[in-house]
Design a protein around this ligand. Sequence first.
Ligand code: ARG
Ligand code: ZN
Length: 872
Amino acid sequence: APIRLRDYRRPPWSVDTVELDVDLGIDTAEVTARLVLRRDAEQSQPLRLDGEGLELLAISLDGRALDANSYRHEDSVLEVDGAKDGSVLETRVRLKPAANTALEGLYLSGSRETGFLLTQCEAEGFRHITFFPDRPDVLARYTVTLRADRERFPVLLAGGNPNGAGELEHGRHWARFIDPHPKPSYLFALVAGRLKNIRRDYITADGRNVALVMWSEANVIDRCHYALDALERCMRWDEKAYGRNYDLDVFHVVATHDFNMGAMENKGLNIFNAKYLLADPDSSTDEEYRAVEAVVAHEYFHNWTGNRVTCRDWFQLSLKEGLTVFREQQFSADMNSPSLKRIEDVSLLRRAQFPEDAGPLAHPVRPAEYREINNFYTATVYEKGAELVRMLAGSLGPDGFRRGMDLYFERHDGQAATIEDFLSALGDANSVDLMPYLSWYGQAGTPRLHAHGEYDAARKEYTLTLSQHTRATPNQPEKTPLPIPVKLSLFDHSGNVLPLHTDGQTPETEKVVVVSKASQPIVFRHIDAPPVPSLLRGFSAPVLLEYGYAPAELALLLTHDPDGFNRWEAGQHLAFLAFDSLHAPTDNDACGAWCDALASLFHGRAIDDALLADLMTPPGEIEFADRQTEVDPAKIHAHRQELQRRLAAHIGIETLHARYHALNVGGDLKLDAGNQAKRQLKRRVLELLALVDADGAHALAAKQYESATGMTDRLAALGVLVRQRAPQAAKALAHFRERYADNPLALDKWFTVQAQVPGDAALASIRTLEIDPAFTLKNPNRARALFGTFASGNPSGFHRTDGEGYRLLTDRLAQLDALNPQIAARLATAFNGWQRLESVRREAARTALVALAQRGGLSRNLSEIIGNVLQH
Ligand code: ARG
Ligand code: ZN
């Protein structure tokens, strides 16, 4: 049965202090836990602790060994008789780290001979380590003592401050860590093995000396410097922007190649997927550098939004994740370009979250129920959650939001809080009621904001009517109107922004209207001619805008809006119209308007190269599919290519060649924004050129591949060659394979790029790649590089009419599920939206899904996803 938000009860038993003694070994580890128990005076349930896959070796209560009839150990629960408030329970269990392929709890990263041990506890991994009330509202003080063979495990780390270390008999040693801050069990972590480090001293704004230490295996430690710099930057930023200081004497960060997600904010001991920690020009792209900076900041920011103030229960996950994503977005915008960052984040939202909201897996930012919490670390909880915080921050303004956050920390430091607590603190600090925003947290689905303008020439009035509607989602047929902040401006037909006169206001050029009813008119006075509205500026709310723009109006905004993000928005909207006009030509030549506007920006050279590259990129295939009901991914791919081909033809082969050469500066690799922008535009130009002058572009790409001084240029060139199946592709691939044989993160890209081959050729490519000796389903990054890319990043390759893509994926999901249910469930979300496929593919998808469901024996993770996808 599902777990429901409305069933929340305070913990009947909690834990004051935990003493963990861990004897580490590759095959087995023994964990002794001494828990000082606290009983809730108003509840009388017996003591029940969570535990999964633990072999119980010993158990005692208040110093007395328990006989077999005073406790019951069934499946995942340990029930103990006779515990009182203040009792001390001691258990000893045996674990099998090397046999743990689920990468949850204590597991081995790398080989038995050279690998190291580490833990992952969020959300419910701690119960795989010891018996415990494994829920985030049980906050305890941890003392952790690690013991292991010194030669095999020279480095022993746990969260908190170091508190002694020493030698033991038989070549063993020990190390102790005490965490002074009470924390939930999901923030526990330990690491043990042969690791190297780089370190730096840091003094917090409030005067604490902190040792910042990055750890990795010896061969990649040189690639941790960029992350260490990023850590220092984000620590300073949090001190300034939010007045938040770090609160331990050490901050350890560890990189692993075997990790189920991006990274984890364990108190004082962050653990990172190497993909988000290691960076060097030879193996990382510019985009990956930005991702490292963003994830380092995200995990660091959790120290306050997540750790100091944690979540009462897992339904509140977005309390820490949405808020922390938002904080990271602000930081990254400050470090880089705000408009480019906003473009990146909004396109991610549209690519990953809008489809979620529109399909069988739709759920509110605060879900009402779940079976497997790991399935709810979604784009909705993270990215839409961040958009909700952005709306709140926007409505309070920078100073008001800071006041609200200060009060939130003041009130809830050391507590496990709720979304309501968050809204109350922000509201109370500013004497406003933010509770109407709570409905955003409880309602699934992307609202549609419909806008309609009427111009009254006689009265010189422009009336904009804004109405909202949210379609039904699974288990949520009825929707209520939400408060939607719509930031808007009006432009005249020469592209000048107009002063806005509304009742009783002094005129401004930009205004926020909060639409909270089903439909709301707003009147602008002293308007001399029908204006062009620029709506939802900065993407002021996560909604789908419906406004019947004429192509010329969008072209005007694309050329004249002073804000880079809004220009991009206009361009995206125009690209949709252009796409539609390809197969239903109308009088309004949207494609012509799109090409004209972009060509003039391209020639004008007045805007930043990176922004230009973004403007010249139409929405992705998934976004086009999202607007259709009988989705044919092959057709969408072909039409999107045709759209780009027309743009390329309109700009002209000669002009593209000339710009390519102008951008191809050569020389030493530089990572500054200007050079990153050049590389990004160069890549776009090369991709466009490949559509109108394939031979010429392939020759350039082959040359670029050979002479590239960094991964950005090298991978861009390889991508063009491979996706276009150019004659030069094989040689480049062989070279890449050889060159990066010992670099798993770079090798992942070799798999990814080949899994992106569009159309029917993809399947053969996947079949060849999966028998490559370097392929393994056991490594999440590798499995994602191949099957994640194929199933979720290559619609025209995956959605074959013969259903072979679906059969291959479901077969592998069944295999993967036996190894790592979290990853299997994640990859299975590729079937989201199958009901909107055209009928041949739809039937093929249904058949494959039903066959998978009928295999039986699936994990709770995978069966929840498959069940939901089939049911709704
Ligand atoms: N809290 C981590 C982060 O976003 C992610 C943990 C995800 N855990 C999981 N089991 N899916 O920073
Ligand atoms: Zn997070």
